[in-house]
Design a protein around this ligand. Structure first.
Ligand code: NAP
Length: 273
């Protein structure tokens, strides 16, 4: 019997936590299936997709760096057009379909947060796009983008037709004044990357009471940004909440089942050990 499988593709790929998450759920639910990690360099992407089209056991794949945008040209339908990046592909009657479950993961992670009012976004890269789509979905989008490259932030706002202000990191504290919350969509604070600037950490106190702080970084789980947020009494949401949220949406697409609701604590232990 052929075992159905899904996988995550990228270059590099060794760091991906997706196999841990999906295989944990498959095991918990007792489903026959497998989730793999597959190294696909940019010059093999087209060949990879052509071979998977013919593979009846293949249920789809997650897509990570550096393919999230370049993969779109190889797909037949794209449900993630509004994000401009694909992180999930599934096969179907009409060919390969691309989606973006990062927005769903973000929405799940932030479901209890009040996003009415200005929201601060650190970064203007790929993950920031999902954040902009989420902020726009809240209706009266009022965005304050903090970026080291002003032009990229301008392009981001223009591409999504968003009203917003742009700040550099020296004036990050001003961006946070009476804001509803802040999302970090940069690798700052991640193990092996630049630290979160003190101007950002010090500026957190200017968020309005009851504000939220979401850090997409999940290594470490408690970043200096989240530690400061907790100390100040804000809702601190870590990167695993978004990671597990986006994986849950992909799991439903790949395997047709909802991940078990009672496994999050155990899964978090696995993901952090
Ligand atoms: P990306 O496309 O490379 O964008 C990174 C952004 O961060 C860019 O705007 C970049 O600025 C900025 N940046 C990088 N280093 C910086 C520094 N030292 N100072 C100031 N700005 C800096 O990466 P991405 O895909 O958006 O990912 C961003 C982070 O989110 C990563 O840590 C990733 O692991 C995380 N992430 C988490 C999840 C989750 O589920 N939790 C999902 C997606 C991404 P420039 O454009 O000027 O280079």
């Amino acid at each position: 019997m052929t075992i159905p499988y899904a996988e995550v593709i990228g270059d590099p790929i060794a760091h991906s936590k997706s196999p841990l998450i999906h295989n944990f759920w498959l095991q918990k639910l007792g489903l026959a299936g497998e989730y793999r990690r597959t190294h696909v360099p940019a010059d093999e992407l087209s060949h990879y997709l052509a071979s998977r089209r013919e593979d009846v056991a293949w249920r789809g794949c997650n897509v990570t760096i550096p393919h999230k945008i370049s993969v779109m040209q190889h797909l037949d339908t794209i449900d993630a057009a509004e994000v401009g990046a694909v992180n999930c592909i599934i096969p179907g009657a009409s060919g390969l379909r691309g989606l973006n479950t990062d927005v769903l993961g973000l929405a799940e992670a932030l479901s209890g947060c009040d996003a009415g009012g200005p929201v601060v976004l650190l970064g203007a890269g790929g993950a920031a796009r999902a954040a902009v789509v989420w902020i726009k979905s809240k209706g009266d989008a009022n965005l304050r983008v903090v970026a080291r490259d002003r032009r990229k932030a301008e392009d981001l706002l223009a591409e999504f037709g968003c009203e917003g202000e742009i700040y550099d990191y020296l004036s990050a504290a001003d961006a946070m004044d009476e804001a509803a919350g802040i999302l970090n969509a940069t690798p700052m604070g991640m193990n092996g990357f630049a630290p979160m600037p003190e101007d950002v950490l010090d500026g957190l106190s200017r968020l309005r009471a009851g504000g939220f702080v979401l850090d997409m970084v999940y290594a470490p789980i408690e970043t200096p940004l989240l530690r400061r947020a907790t100390d100040l009494g804000f809702s601190a949401i870590d990167g695993l909440a978004m990671l597990i949220g986006q994986a849950g949406s992909a799991f439903r697409l790949f395997f047709g089942e909802t991940p078990p609701e009672d496994g999050d604590t155990e899964l978090r232990v696995i993901l952090t050990s």
